[in-house]
Design a protein around this ligand. Structure first.
Ligand code: ANZ
Ligand code: ZN
Ligand code: ZN
Length: 815
């Protein structure tokens, strides 16, 4: 085989794409917006997971472009954030320098992959031209009452040295530091009212997303229908949320969250020291872990009055009740709730059964809570009611006494966006001793991050006088700037909008341009963002719609989650495992098109797969074969009917396969099609169609081939081949299928007899004789094959196998 100078070909076409600006778009024609989740530009550069993600997107973008869409396919960098700050402290450089270097490195690597981005739309979130609009949105949200400041128990990671949003606490641990327990601190922080959109965020029926992601969002938002019941405690009204008002007669104790801001009010003098001791012990317990930990508790000394029967009920404090869900206090029913049951057993609190299981009597010695259905017992006037009915009746009875009402609760919390770190967007607020917190006037934006700062412990903004000291915009007296910066998820919540108009310095984006391009038609990224980025971005879109800046309800209509890339050892590719393969090394060793082909041919792109050195060699061989053999093809005036049929079948299926991200299947078909082109005469037009089908996967060799058969660039901008259904010959396909079946039958027999055969005789129905080609069968099976019609008088048939022939199923005799 001829040596191919891939380096030269790649450079040639990457340069031509760049200088001709052929992937640059403006607002005209039928749009298609395709987007990959933009990367965080880390110093260690692009890894194989990125390469996989972008290859999937690039194939789609090229395909849609050839289908005639005006494709917006941009790239940018999520360049603010803690890892850059930490890395630059370690390397004694500045986060800005670190980030700029990382970005230029990323761009170089992405260009080497041959990705067809419109590079003129590039954005960097750490650019003041970008984060100015974060500040603008913050102020707009503030005007609309979507931002507020509150002292609240918040999650703090000691390693990150900052608070975290609820979404960034995973199983009680920091999302970046899976070994670090999150601590609860009382701090005054800025929140975004995501909960205002909880109900709308729950509606996902319009979204073509993986069901798994939709379910995760639904769970995260966590809508519960229940009743709020007012308990009287020391002559004060305390609301309590329950989903089981039918069990109200079974309440034998109350539990208030150990983190409840009003806990102290309930602690009696006598209990004070015990409670304090207890609080020390459980100091830090986060939401997700609360359930798993031992159900520890302590008596507060106070009692609540049950509104249904005026019973006096002891109140405990415990870590199993979450401070900011419901009202942070629960009515405990140990007979019918397992957590309450364990707690009652532990602290020897009475257990009162009020739901009687069907066909069973109430047992004296409960081993566990009964949480199933049943009729009410021990519940005065409600006895005998089925539990579901009783929920209504009891809620109504309480409502009449103004001691309860039906309500809805969400698990979703407002989004805490304050971060006590430097490398992020400054929150545009000024604190004045006279006026309190004052928003920075819009005309003063952006509030830029000072570049000269001293890194050390904590946030350097708090010690930077130049930044810190300012004047109050309202009364002009001395005032101080907010030193917290925004969670970087704020940046990524609207970047897809900035791409539609990235150079606008008067607005975050022109609403007309956004109207043309939005929503993103196809979004591609990992599943890890199900409950963070994807919820924030959906919230943003809805909030901006209500600010009349946008006219779409959802940012991302279709979502594709790529699979996880594993190393050759079977573990997820990760530096810490030492199983990482560098995409650039692979490109150097083989070539870009081989890497692209390998990444999407080994498995369906939405499933996990292992890196495999042999596999990439295989792809490389295939690329060589495609290139060398297509170059050799001498085109004819017209294609054979057989080739026409195969080509049109392939166009039809490959189009379908790419549309559905079944790239691996498309590549199998391209392979088969190559064989057909090598065996049959082909017209130039049909050969062109073949190269076009190949081009989204292997754009570099395809451009080169396109040019080598006498065409002008670019194949990337050529129309996608159209199927001519009438050229698909169903009879021919059936024939080939029978022939394939026959070959596989014979192979099976040969396997059984350990290939111990010389001649093979085939007996077919006379009408089918034309379907079997002796020469081809002989070649394929590497045995001498003779085919007879069953009515052939001169046939050789010593064992009368011709009797066995059936339609499409010949008789076989092996000698
Ligand atoms: C009495 C009861 C009896 C309850 C029973 C359940 C079963 P979901 O579905 O998740 O909304 N609860 C209320 N606020 C809580 C808090 N801040 N922390 C922990 N648990 C809390 O759960 C609602 C149920 O969780 C409520 O109904 C309450 O316990 C508890 F047989 O009230 B239930
Ligand atoms: Zn952390
Ligand atoms: Zn003032």
């Amino acid at each position: 085989m001829k040596q191919i100078n891939f380096k030269k070909i790649e450079k040639k076409w990457q340069d031509k794409w760049e200088t001709s600006k052929c992937f640059q778009v403006s607002e005209k024609g039928k749009k298609y917006y395709i987007l990959e989740m933009f990367p965080y530009p880390s110093g260690s550069g692009l890894h194989m997971g990125h390469a996989f993600n972008y290859t999937i997107g690039d194939i789609y973008a090229r395909f849609k472009r050839m289908q005639g869409f005006n494709v917006l396919y941009p790239m940018g960098y999520d360049s603010f954030g803690l890892p850059a700050e930490n890395a630059s402290i370690k390397e004694k450089t500045h986060p800005k320098k670190y980030t700029e270097l990382a970005i230029s490195n990323f761009i170089k690597q992405q260009k080497a992959l041959g990705l067809s981005y419109d590079w003129t739309r590039l954005i960097k979130t750490s650019d003041p031209e970008y984060y100015k609009w974060n500040q603008y949105f913050f102020l707009k949200f503030l005007e609309k009452d979507l931002v507020y400041r509150k002292k609240a128990p918040v999650n703090f990671c000691n390693k990150c040295e900052t608070v975290l949003a609820n979404e960034q606490v995973h199983n009680g641990k920091c999302w970046r530091h899976t070994d670090t327990e999150v601590e609860t601190k009382q701090l005054e922080q800025w929140f975004i009212k995501t909960t205002k959109y909880a109900d709308e965020l729950l509606k996902t029926d319009k979204l073509n997303w993986p069901e798994r992601i939709k379910a995760m969002q639904k769970n995260w938002i966590g809508k519960s229908q229940g009743t709020e019941i007012i308990f009287n405690i020391n002559n004060e009204k305390w609301p309590v949320f329950t989903t089981r008002p039918d069990t109200i007669y079974g309440v034998t104790f109350m539990v208030i969250s150990a983190q409840h801001p009003k806990l102290n009010q309930l602690v009696t003098k006598k209990q004070k020291s015990v409670v304090q001791e207890f609080l020390k012990k459980i100091k830090s317990v986060s939401e997700k872990d609360a359930d798993k930990l031992n159900k520890l508790g302590v008596f507060t000394g106070s009692y609540a009055i049950n509104p249904i029967n005026n019973e006096k009920i002891p109140i405990y404090a415990s870590n199993f009740v979450i401070a900011d869900y419901g009202s942070g206090m629960v009515m405990a029913v140990p007979a019918h709730d397992q957590r309450d049951f364990e707690f009652a057993k532990k602290y020897k609190i009475p257990i009162k059964q009020v739901i009687k299981p069907k066909d069973k009597s109430i047992s004296k010695n409960l081993k566990e809570a009964y949480t199933g259905p049943g009729h009410l017992r021990n519940s005065e006037g409600f006895n005998g009611l089925y539990y579901e009915e009783a929920m209504n009746h009891i809620t109504i009875a309480l409502k009449e006494k103004k001691l309860g009402k039906p309500i809805i609760q969400y698990k979703l919390r407002d989004w805490l966006i304050s971060r006590q770190r430097y490398w992020g967007t400054p929150i545009p607020i000024i604190y004045c001793n006279k006026c309190g917190p004052v928003p920075v006037p819009e005309k003063d934006l952006p509030i830029k991050l000072p570049e000269k700062v001293k890194f050390g412990k904590g946030n350097p903004l708090t010690t930077n006088k130049q930044f810190l000291e300012t004047k109050c915009p309202t009364c002009n007296s001395k005032a101080k700037r907010e030193t917290d910066t925004m969670d970087t998820f704020f940046d990524s919540s609207w970047y897809y909008l900035r791409y539609t108009d990235n150079k606008n310095n008067k607005q975050p984006f022109n609403p007309k341009k956004a109207k043309y391009w939005m929503p993103v038609d196809q979004y591609i990224g990992g599943a890890e963002h199900a409950c963070m980025h994807l919820i924030y971005a959906r919230f943003f879109t809805k909030a901006l719609r209500d600010l009349k800046l946008l006219n779409t309800d959802e940012p991302f209509i279709n979502l594709f989650n790529q699979g996880m890339l594993h190393g050759e050892d079977g573990f997820v590719m990760a530096k810490s495992r030492g199983n990482v393969i560098d995409p650039l090394d692979t490109i150097k060793k083989h070539n870009v098109d081989s890497l692209r082909l390998f990444l999407v041919s080994i498995a369906s792109p939405d499933s996990d797969f292992n890196w495999n050195a042999k596999g990439i060699q295989g792809s490389s061989k295939l690329i060589n074969k495609f290139f060398n053999s297509i170059k050799e093809i001498k085109t004819a005036k017209s294609s054979s009917k057989r080739l026409e049929s195969k080509l049109n079948r392939a166009i039809k299926e490959i189009t379908n396969n790419i549309t559905n991200f079944k790239y691996n299947l498309a590549i199998i078909k391209l392979r088969e099609l190559l064989e057909a082109f090598l065996q049959e005469p082909a017209s130039k037009k049909d050969l062109e169609s073949f190269i076009k089908l190949l081009s989204p996967f292997c754009p570099h060799i395809s451009e080169e081939l396109w040019e080598s058969i006498g065409n002008k660039p670019f194949i990337s901008l050529q129309p996608w081949p159209k199927v001519e259904e009438n050229k698909i010959d169903k009879n021919l396909e059936e024939q080939e299928q029978t022939e394939e079946n026959l070959i596989s039958d014979i192979r099976n027999i040969l396997n059984l007899i350990k290939n111990d055969a010389k001649n093979i005789y085939i007996y077919v129905l006379p009408t089918e004789l034309k379907n079997y080609n002796e020469k081809k069968l002989t070649e394929k099976l590497e045995k001498t094959i003779k085919v007879f019609a069953v009515n052939d008088k001169n046939k050789y048939d010593p064992e009368n196998k011709s009797k066995k022939a059936k339609p499409n199923k010949p008789g076989i005799y092996i000698e």
